[in-house]
Ligand binder design. Structure first.
Ligand code: WTA
Length: 631
């Protein structure tokens, strides 16, 4: 199933469009099924109703673990690199990982979890996180992993939305020289979560925690009470595998639902091809398992292909900005998959951190999460890849389950800042505002996908109508990505960024409405409007315009208070970079905030504000411009 030449890519692509069912049916043969499908695909984008590999039975963990045991049982599956480089790294072979997953699956059962139950996972980047994820999949429970940076309130909202029965967490986590008390955060969250019956707590940083009698149990105690034999639950291809919450243009995050069969095939196929993974190679994805990149390209994709996946607990700059390069050298990393924001941040330290580091093991480089600017692309290419490692700039989304538009390493000629060409099976089209296809090359438009692929979302948890409205209603019969896109003269695709009210801050998706809701919760704030602006390292920064007449004390103190409120309501990742206090916001006569104007002001481009004559009070714009200049 691995593509080895551009000619083969073209042939496979053609086949995947002309006969998608045959194409994906053949790809799926590379996986282990308990029962075959009777129909590869049935679909319509109106309801939407999408089914892949109908009738097939499987368990994804048999594909990620059991099937490797006979031939590759002693091969490293996960190599864990701790936050503190002085501590030992830990290697789990496929045999060991299988054993741990089965054991913990039995712990889940012992604590009342069964097929179909939702389980919330809020953990540091430790091997037990991957074990917890796979243990859920083993017993057919649906995992909902929540990134360790979210606040108690965000966790509670997510737990309640999907009525989780069990929570898996740790006492705390390390992030550089900081410690984060995860269990404390969970305790705050669970006050408002009536559906949670059990909380399993891993000891990690050894900070004191409170354990609630009857609800909270220790991971280490529990594993002593069970054995390591756990037959995998037989799942239907379309049974739910996981929920992952992501931000959209409305205030409330949506639970994107992925199912067992299609997701497995798509994550495995794309991993093997995009990175041109070769047996025995060491692959390092720097994402967190709390995001989709970690789900598909730290856990499921690599393990389904028997790969060695490095799992790193820490951050790129701790203890020094050489950390990534130390890890590459120490574990002889062959593929490094990271985010533009990390590249830009490391670039800013100059070349010193690279001095004396042996990066010769690197064969393939990858980028994900946001558009990569040319400067960062070239630095990555020259300084890290020494001009010899192809860069795969992979465009995709939580909703797509896996990589959609990307070069195939060693196959597709790359071009800086271009995600290049669609993978086999992916049929992108560009449309104008009215949904008319923009044909030909050298054009720009809104990016849509016109045919299903196995890894696509099936619904948004508990609210199918929302899935339909968000993705399938903007343009008839198309999946709308929310991204703007350019197709150049060569037919290469470059993603230009979101065209909706979603920000991409350091590769994290944040809805402007979510941040506004959080700011508005602060006592005394009347109203706020949040927009993005270009930020050298983060890609986009968050700029908040806030009406706060009863400000207490100094403006700086008030800003601190607001930042704290946002941290409490969402998490530190959503803290505005800039807050500007204003007396009014530019609104149309019908009361709509004209964000276009605020965006221009935030970008510092006030010469081209465009038409402001429809504003209720054009004077407010002058006032905001004057205040912004002083910020
Ligand atoms: C953006 C992350 C440009 C895009 C996998 C998308 C990108 C959103 C790229 C999804 C890329 C992701 N080039 N933009 N290579 N990859 N994006 O759901 O705006 O966290 O819609 O999934 O990130 O973010 P999400």
């Amino acid at each position: 199933m691995q593509i080895t030449s551009f000619k083969q890519y073209e042939e496979d692509y053609k086949k995947s469009v002309e006969n998608p069912e045959q194409f994906w049916g053949e790809v799926a043969q590379n996986f282990q099924w308990r029962k075959p499908w009777f129909k590869v695909l049935s679909w319509n984008f109106n309801e939407p109703n999408i089914k892949w590999f109908e009738g097939a039975k499987l368990n994804i963990t048999e594909n990620c673990l059991d099937r490797h045991l006979a031939t590759n049982g002693d091969k490293p599956a996960i190599v864990w690199e701790p936050n503190n480089p002085e501590e030992e790294s830990v290697t789990y072979t496929y045999k060991m990982l299988h054993e741990r997953v089965c054991r913990f699956a039995n712990v889940l059962k012992r604590n009342g979890a069964k097929k179909g139950d939702r389980i919330c996972i809020y953990m540091p980047m430790v091997p037990e996180l991957a074990i917890a994820v796979l243990a859920c999949a083993r017993i057919g429970a649906v995992h909902s992993v929540i990134f360790g940076g979210f606040s108690a309130k965000s966790i509670a909202d997510r737990i309640n939305d999907s009525q989780c029965k069990v929570v898996i967490t740790a006492d705390g986590s390390y992030r550089g020289n900081k410690q984060i008390p995860l269990k404390d955060v969970i305790d705050d969250a669970l006050i408002g979560c009536p559906t949670v019956e059990k909380c399993i707590v891993l000891t990690h940083i050894r900070t004191p925690v409170s354990m609630l009698k009857g609800r909270d149990v220790w991971w280490e105690d529990e594993v002593k009470h069970v054995n390591d034999i756990c037959e995998a639950e037989e799942m239907d291809a379309e049974d739910m595998l996981f929920i992952l919450y992501t931000s959209g243009s409305t205030g409330k995050p949506k639970g994107v639902v992925h199912t067992c069969g299609g997701y497995m095939v798509y994550a495995g196929y794309t991993f093997s091809n995009v990175f041109n993974y070769q047996p025995g190679e060491v692959y390092f994805c720097t994402a967190d398992i709390g995001w989709i990149t970690g789900h598909s390209y730290i856990v499921y994709g690599p393990l389904s292909q028997g790969a060695t996946s490095v799992l790193f607990e820490g951050i790129p700059t701790y203890p020094t900005p050489s950390r990534f390069w130390d890890i590459v050298e120490k574990h002889k990393v062959n593929t490094l998959y990271t985010a533009p924001t990390a590249i830009r941040s490391l670039m800013s330290y100059g070349e010193d951190p690279l001095n004396g580091k042996d990066l010769s093991s690197i064969r393939v480089l990858g980028s994900v999460g946001e558009p990569i600017n040319e400067e960062a692309w070239h630095w990555f290419d020259e300084k890290i890849g020494h001009g010899k490692a192809p860069i795969v700039d992979t465009w995709w989304q939580t909703e797509t389950g896996g990589i959609m538009i990307s070069p195939i390493a060693t196959v597709t000629p790359t071009k800086p800042s271009f995600a290049t060409l669609p993978l086999p099976g992916i049929q992108p089209i560009l449309v104008d505002e009215n949904g008319n296809e923009i044909e030909g090359n050298g054009v720009m438009g809104n990016l849509c996908i016109k045919f299903p692929w196995p890894g696509m979302l099936r619904t948004t948890y508990g609210d199918h109508e929302r899935c339909k409205q968000t993705y399938f209603s903007t343009y008839e019969n198309l999946y709308f990505t929310g991204d703007g896109c350019l197709r150049d003269e060569d037919g290469y695709y470059r993603i230009t960024g979101r065209v909706d009210d979603v920000l991409n801050v350091s590769g994290h998706r944040i809805g402007t409405a979510e941040v506004e809701n959080a700011i508005n919760m602060h006592a005394g704030v009347v109203e706020s409007a949040v927009v993005g602006y270009p930020h050298d390292v983060k890609g986009q920064g968050i700029y908040a315009f806030v009406i706060y007449p009863e400000m207490h004390g100094e403006a700086e103190l008030s800003k601190k208070d607001i930042l704290q409120t946002v941290t409490r309501v969402i998490g530190a990742i959503a803290k505005p970079d800039k807050i500007l206090f204003v007396s009014g916001l530019p609104k149309t006569r019908s009361g709509k905030i004209m964000r276009r104007i605020l965006r221009k002001i935030a970008e510092g481009d006030t010469a081209n504000l465009g038409d402001t004559s429809t504003l209720l009070d054009p004077g407010v714009v002058e006032e905001i411009i004057a205040a912004a200049k002083k910020l």
